[in-house]
Design a protein around this ligand. Structure first.
Ligand SMILES: [Zn+2]
Length: 227
């Protein structure tokens, strides 16, 4: 134990910084007091210190950069972990913010998209071309086809403003309906369609409870009627 010269409190030796030149090997004042002292000094001399730091940085730019690069290279995993942590933490807030922004700027956003499509016809066509093999691969499996048609319908429902916030399970059920429809078509040889009992155009929802499988002929004669 040792008594601090500044706060006069008796503290453990671990509360004192080690100093070689002192007889007992420890600083005369405790770590807490040292911290307080440094803080006071900093506040009193803030401007001078900042000036010194800036000067130091200016004079040692290259070596500082070198040290930083070495640190980054040696701690890549640590850094990316910290970054992804903060990313996940802010993800929810960011999504909420985006949603709010979109609600407030719907019209503007629509016009922007239109304008973008008009001005970037070429690059959009190139990207479409790039995605073609992926789409082709999607169409070659039952699962891919079901996913594809169910997501097309989802897009249509969003456009008509009748999309519901389906849960994961409900979305999976929808995919199943589409998969079953193509299975039925495959086994019977009769073209089948997944139909919205209450049509989307009449405010029907894109929800498993509003889906039925009809033969293509029955569906086409149904049109936008409710059967
Ligand atoms: Zn003290």
């Amino acid at each position: 134990m040792k008594i601090c010269k500044v706060c006069h409190i008796e503290k453990q030796l671990t509360d004192f910084r080690k100093v070689k030149i002192n007889k007992d090997g420890y600083c005369g004042y405790c770590k807490a007091c040292e911290k307080e002292k440094k803080k006071k000094y900093y506040l009193k001399n803030k401007e001078n210190i900042m000036e010194e730091v800036k000067k130091y940085y200016r004079n040692n730019k290259d070596s500082i950069k070198k040290t930083q690069t070495i640190y980054i290279n040696n701690n890549k995993e640590k850094i990316s972990l910290a970054q992804s942590k903060s990313y996940l933490k802010s993800k929810k807030e960011r999504l909420l913010g985006q949603k709010r922004w979109y609600e407030n700027n719907k019209e503007k956003q629509k016009n922007n998209a239109k304008e973008y499509r008009k001005n970037n016809k070429e690059s959009i066509a190139i990207n479409d071309e790039k995605r073609k093999p992926h789409r082709k691969a999607m169409r070659q499996t039952e699962e891919g086809r079901a996913k594809n048609s169910s997501s097309c319908m989802k897009y249509k429902a969003i456009k008509l403003g009748t999309s519901v916030n389906n849960t994961k399970e409900e979305n999976y059920l929808i995919e199943c309906v589409y998969a079953f429809s193509s299975f039925k078509q495959l086994t019977t040889g009769i073209p089948q369609h997944v139909d919205h009992i209450m049509p989307l155009s009449k405010g029907g929802l894109h929800h498993p409870s509003n889906l039925q499988i009809l033969t293509a002929i029955a569906n086409m004669s149904k049109g936008a009627k409710i059967i």
